[in-house]
Design a binder for this molecule. Structure first.
Ligand code: C2E
Ligand code: CA
Ligand code: CA
Ligand code: CA
Length: 272
C-alpha cells in the first residue's frame, strides 16, 4: 500500500508496473487538488497583430503540488481526463476565468480551453449560461477553445452544443490547427469563429519556406471561411514580421500572467 493523498490509500498489485502505479497516484493527486482548490489560472495576452494592443487573454490552468512542484497541464489534464475529473475541472476553470474577466474593461475578452469530453455534455449550454449569469460576464466576451481531439463520431451532440453556444454569443476557436490528422474535416463539419495556428508552424517561420507556405495557406483558408486567424507561440520579431495573421499570442508580446499582472497591463494600456 502507498499513501496517495490526504487520508487515501491505494493498494497496488505486484503485477502492476511502476508506470501504471504512478499514473494512479497522479490521478489521486489531481482529485485531491480539485477538492483542496490547488489549481489557479494564468492569463496570456492575445494581441491585435497590426497594433499589438491587448484584445483579451487566454486562461491557462496551473498546479503547484507540495511534493511534485509545478506540474504542467500537458501532464495532469490527460490524467484528469482518464480519472473522469475533466468536467469538474472544466467547470472550475470556466467559473474562475469568467469571474476574473468580468472585472476587465469591455470589450476585453477571455478564452477558455475546453477538453473534448466537455463538448459531449447534453447540458453544456445550460452550464455555460449559468456561469455567465453568476459572474456577470457578457457571452460576447467569451471564447471557447477546442482541439482536434473532438470525437467526429459524436458530431451530432458536438454540433448541437456549438450551435447553442454561438446562439448565446459565445465564439468558438479551433486550437492547435494543423497538428491533428483531420484538420480540414473539422473545418467542414463544425462552425468555428477562430482558427489558432499551432506553435510548431510559427517556430520555423523565419528561415523555412515550407512553414511560410503552410501559414499563408491557412491564412487564406481562414479568410475565405470568414474566420479570425491567430498565430500561437510567437517568440521573435522575425516571426512576427513573417506573419500576416489577425491576432498574435506568444512570449514576444506576453507570457502567461498572474491576475494582478493582467489587470495592471490593461490599466497601463488604457492610459496609452
Ligand atoms: P494551448 O491551448 O495550445 O496553450 C498554449 C500553450 O503554449 C501554453 O502552455 C502556453 O504557456 C504556451 N505558450 C504560449 N506562448 C508561447 C511561446 O511563445 N513559446 C512557447 N514555447 N510556449 C508558449 P501551457 O500553459 O503549458 O498549456 C499547455 C496545454 O494545456 C494548452 O495548450 C491546453 O491544451 C492545455 N490547457 C491549459 N489550460 C487548460 C484548461 O484550463 N483546460 C483544458 N482542458 N486544457 C488546458
Ligand atoms: Ca488554447
Ligand atoms: Ca494552442
Ligand atoms: Ca497546444
Amino acid at each position: 500500500a502507498k499513501r496517495a493523498g490526504k487520508g487515501t490509500w491505494v493498494v497496488y498489485e505486484d503485477s502492476m508496473g511502476e508506470a501504471a502505479a504512478e499514473q494512479l497516484t497522479l490521478e489521486q493527486d489531481v482529485r485531491d487538488a480539485l477538492r483542496n482548490r490547488e489549481f489557479f489560472l494564468a492569463y496570456q495576452p492575445v494581441c491585435d497583430a497590426a497594433s499589438t494592443r491587448v484584445l483579451g487573454f487566454e486562461a491557462l490552468i496551473r498546479w503547484r503540488h507540495a511534493r511534485r512542484g509545478a506540474v504542467p497541464p500537458s501532464v495532469f489534464i490527460p490524467a484528469a481526463e482518464r480519472a473522469g475529473l475533466i468536467v469538474a475541472i472544466g467547470d472550475w476553470v470556466l467559473e474562475a476565468a469568467c469571474a476574473e474577466a468580468a472585472g476587465w474593461p469591455a470589450p476585453i475578452r477571455v478564452a477558455v480551453n475546453f477538453s473534448p469530453p466537455q463538448f459531449l455534455l447534453p447540458d453544456l449550454c445550460d452550464r455555460v449560461r449559468a456561469v455567465l449569469r453568476r459572474t456577470g460576464l457578457d457571452a460576447s466576451r467569451l471564447d471557447v477553445e477546442v482541439t482536434e481531439g473532438l470525437a467526429l463520431a459524436d458530431a451530432d451532440i458536438v454540433l448541437q452544443n456549438m450551435r447553442g453556444l454561438r446562439e448565446m454569443g459565445v465564439r468558438i476557436s479551433l486550437d492547435d490547427f494543423g497538428t491533428g490528422n483531420s484538420s480540414l474535416s473539422y473545418l467542414c463539419r463544425f462552425p468555428f469563429d477562430k482558427l489558432k495556428i499551432d506553435r510548431s508552424f510559427v517556430l520555423n517561420l523565419g528561415d523555412d519556406d515550407g512553414s511560410r507556405a503552410i501559414v499563408s495557406s491557412v491564412l487564406s483558408l481562414g479568410r475565405s471561411l470568414r474566420m479570425t486567424v491567430v498565430a500561437e507561440g510567437v517568440e521573435t520579431s522575425l516571426q512576427l514580421q513573417a506573419l500576416q495573421c489577425d491576432q498574435i499570442q506568444g512570449y514576444l508580446l506576453g507570457r502567461p500572467l498572474t491576475p494582478d499582472q493582467a489587470r495592471a497591463l490593461l490599466a497601463q494600456q488604457a492610459t496609452l
